[in-house]
Design a protein around this ligand. Structure first.
Ligand SMILES: O=C(NC/C=C/[C@H]1O[C@@H](n2cnc3c(NCCO)ncnc32)[C@H](O)[C@@H]1O)c1cc(-c2ccc(F)cc2)cc(O)c1O
Ligand SMILES: [Mg+2]
Length: 214
């Protein structure tokens, strides 16, 4: 039977990356996606911006919306301080199966809780299920039309505190116009655009970093 692109991406990790070495996993995926098959990982260029935001915040609690194959999960987890927790939500079971193996190969499973399910169902349960008070950092990289409703849901559920940072992928391509309009015009956010390129291409894209002001 035919393999899927995520399965082939996992194969490239298992073939070319060193177990327990997150950087080699990230490099193996970037090489595969640049030279073999494009895939919707945040990628190396935007990934460096992600890395700098994570290092700047040094978060104890991180929420990722949209795990896909676990590329950004590994990038973030490998930069977290000890005892920090990254919860990543993925509602496609086939992608979750691949992501768990990528995360395990990188050796960062201690810091990662991959939760299978939809953000809309799980965001309201974060406190009771995982003992999370608020998130220091949220990385949004799931369906683009869900960025805004899920941000409003996180506000309503009290998961954001003064200083919580939202980092959103793809605000130009494919684009998240309603979300951008909201975080850039709401008095409750201080927002900034980091210009970059769509992963593995020369097309413009970027990340929007928005600090919740409480
Ligand atoms: O579409 C893009 N990303 C979507 C990611 C979806 C992943 O997240 C999962 N997911 C989605 N909604 C939810 C949800 N909650 C919401 C539903 O209840 N709860 C949990 N998990 C969710 C999916 O199962 C996938 O694993 C994209 C496209 C391009 C692109 C650019 C240019 C092109 F030409 C083509 C493509 C570039 C990018 O960087 C991109 O991120
Ligand atoms: Mg993306």
């Amino acid at each position: 039977t035919q393999s899927t692109r995520p399965q082939r991406l996992l194969g490239a990790v298992q073939k070319n990356a060193t177990r327990g070495d997150p950087c080699s996993v990230v490099k193996a995926i970037d090489h595969f996606c640049r030279h073999k098959e494009w895939a919707m990982n945040v990628g190396d260029e935007k990934g460096c911006i992600l890395d700098s935001v994570v290092s700047e915040i040094n978060p104890a609690t991180v929420l990722e919306l949209g795990t896909y194959c676990g590329y950004s999960t590994v990038r973030i987890a490998s930069r977290l301080p000890p005892h920090a927790k990254l919860i990543t939500l993925e509602f496609n079971p086939d992608f979750a199966v691949i992501a768990r193996q990528v995360i395990a190969w990188a050796g960062v499973e201690e810091k990662v809780q991959l939760v299978e399910g939809a953000s809309g169902d799980w965001i309201p349960k974060m406190k009771e299920q995982f003992g999370i008070k608020t998130f220091d950092l949220v990385f949004l990289d799931h369906w683009k039309d869900r960025y805004l409703p899920d941000t409003k849901l996180m506000e309503e559920c009290g998961l954001l505190r003064k200083g919580s940072v939202l980092l959103a992928d793809n605000v130009i391509c494919p684009g998240t116009p309603e979300y951008l309009e909201y975080v850039r015009n709401s008095p409750r956010y201080e927002s900034r655009y980091f210009k970059s390129h769509l992963e593995y291409t020369k097309v413009e894209d970027g990340l929007e970093k928005s600090v919740f002001l409480g």
